[in-house]
Design a protein around this ligand. Sequence first.
Ligand code: TYD
Length: 139
Amino acid sequence: MKSIEDVKLIELPKFLDARGNLSFAENNMQIPFEIKRTYWIYDVPGGESRGAHAYLKNNEFIIALSGAFDVIVDDGQQKKKYTLNRSYYGLYVPAGLWREIENFSTNSLALEFGSEHYDKADYIRKYDEFLKLKSDGKI
Ligand code: TYD
């Protein structure tokens, strides 16, 4: 059973250069799983929230490529808020946790890597259902 202690904020390599900085993340290296999918969230109105759900199987790695937003992780007992506002940090969020992304800044860009292909059956969208699965030890 995953808890919020399993969430990790990972500092990515960065090459600072007067011509512009460069950072990277590699499969099974800085990103601690095999990547099957990437997607990004953009053109979010300032202050908006998205993604209040849990995944059964999908592990994710979230980078604020531009701008800022807050990722709230919740294991049914404890919650923690991570503010992502630098493009050289990634947040690893394993499956089995409730997560929500809030407070997007205008023009922010969220890049997400996933360990699974998109599958709508992998989502738990009802918080009470999440709490029940957690208390039954099923996720
Ligand atoms: P969803 O994950 O529900 O976004 P949020 O939780 O922030 O509201 O995704 C929104 C829509 O995008 C949903 O109808 C399914 C589609 N989608 C894909 O087809 N593939 C993907 O990899 C993702 C993440 C979403």
